[in-house]
Design a protein around this ligand. Structure first.
Ligand code: ZN
Length: 297
C-alpha cells in the first residue's frame, strides 16, 4: 500500500479514460482516444490488487471513499480488495475482523468492490475455516496472503488447497530484493511462487505487484516456465518498459492490471505501454474476469 493519488494528476488522467465523447472537448489526439477505448475491455477495467483501510485508522471511511473516487476518475470499474491487520503476523481474531469489514465494504459498494479473504496460514484450521466461510458462504473472490510465511512453507498448503477447491485465486505478496529486507524476513519471491506452482499446478496463483520494488526483471524471468501463475502489474516504481518485457517473456494472458493503491503510477504504466489492442484488453480486465468466472459455486 502506498500513496493515494494526487487529485490534480488524477483528474488529468481521468481525461485519458473517458473516450471518444471527450475528444470534442479538445486536447485529445486521435491516438489517445484509440488507446483509451482499447483500455476498456468488455469485462470492464478490473484492479486485481487493491486495499481498503483497517478501521483503527481514524480516516478509514474517507480513505476508502477516496480510493473509490480515484477509481471513478481513472476509469476502473471493479476493485479486488483486501483489508490487512496493521500489525503482523495477524491473529485469527485480527483477520476475521478484517474480513468482516471487507464484507461490509462489498455491501457498501456493491459490484464495485470485490473481496479477497485475508488469512495468516499459521493459524491452521482457523485460517482454512475462514477461507471456507468467506469464499464458500459470503461471496469473496479469492485469498490474500501476506508475508507471515514463505509461500513454500508446508504450513501454507492447506490454505492453497482450500482455494483450489473453490477455484479462486491466491494473491501472494511478493518481491525479490538483492539485499535483506529486515522488516520482511519471509517475503516470497517469483522463485518461491514458481516452486509452489510446480507443487500445485491447478492453483491460480497471482504474484503481487511486479513494480512494488525489488527486481522486476528477475521476477518476470523466474515465472517464465510457470504457466499457471499470473503477475499483477501494480506498484509505485515508475520504470519504463516493464509491461512490454512481461508480455514478451510470459505473454499477455498471464498479466493482470492492478494498482495496489499506487493509482496514477499504475494506470500511467499501462497507458504508456506499447501493446496491441487485444493484449491491452486482456491485461486491463479480461484475464481477471476469466479468473473470477472460474469460481466453483
Ligand atoms: Zn497487497
Amino acid at each position: 500500500m502506498t500513496e493515494l493519488p494526487d487529485p490534480e494528476t488524477s483528474s488529468r488522467r481521468s481525461f485519458l479514460t473517458r473516450s471518444a465523447s471527450l475528444a470534442a472537448l479538445g486536447g485529445l489526439t486521435a491516438s489517445t482516444v484509440e488507446r483509451s477505448v482499447a483500455a476498456e475491455p468488455a469485462s470492464g477495467v478490473i484492479d486485481a490488487h487493491a486495499h481498503l483501510n483497517h478501521r483503527s485508522r481514524d480516516s478509514w471511511e474517507a480513505d476508502d471513499r477516496a480510493l473509490i473516487d480515484a477509481a471513478d476518475r481513472l476509469g476502473i470499474d471493479r476493485l479486488c480488495c483486501s483489508i490487512l491487520t496493521p500489525k503482523r503476523p495477524s491473529t485469527a481474531d485480527g483477520f476475521r475482523e478484517c474480513n468482516r469489514w471487507m464484507l461490509d465494504a462489498m455491501k457498501r459498494f456493491p459490484g464495485r468492490v470485490l473481496g479477497y479473504c485475508y488469512v495468516n496460514p499459521g493459524c491452521g484450521a482457523e485460517a482454512v475455516d475462514e477461507v471456507r466461510r468467506c469464499v464458500g458462504d459470503l461471496g469473496f473472490i479469492g485469498v490474500k496472503l501476506y508475508n507471515e510465511y514463505f509461500c513454500t512453507d508446508p504450513i501454507v498448503f492447506p490454505v492453497i488447497e482450500a482455494a483450489i477447491e473453490f477455484g479462486v485465486p491466491i494473491l501472494q505478496h511478493a518481491g525479490h530484493a538483492h539485499h535483506p529486507l529486515p522488516g520482511q524476513p519471509r517475503i516470497s519471491d517469483g522463485g518461491r511462487i514458481a516452486e509452489l506452482a510446480a507443487r500445485y499446478p491447478e492453483a491460480k496463483l497471482i504474484c503481487a505487484h511486479i513494480c512494488g520494488g525489488g527486481d522486476w526483471e528477475w521476477t518476470i524471468k523466474a515465472l517464465r516456465h510457470s504457466p499457471s501463475v499470473f503477475l499483477d502489474t501494480s506498484g509505485s516504481v515508475p520504470d519504463d518498459a516493464v509491461i512490454e518485457m512481461a508480455v514478451r517473456v510470459i505473454g499477455a494472458d498471464r498479466l493482470l492490471f492492478a494498482c495496489d493503491s499506487s493509482m496514477t503510477t499504475s494506470v500511467g504504466r499501462m497507458r504508456g505501454a506499447d501493446l496491441s489492442t487485444e493484449d491491452r484488453a486482456k491485461i486491463m480486465g479480461a484475464n481477471m474476469a476469466k479468473i473470477l468466472a472460474g469460481k466453483k459455486r
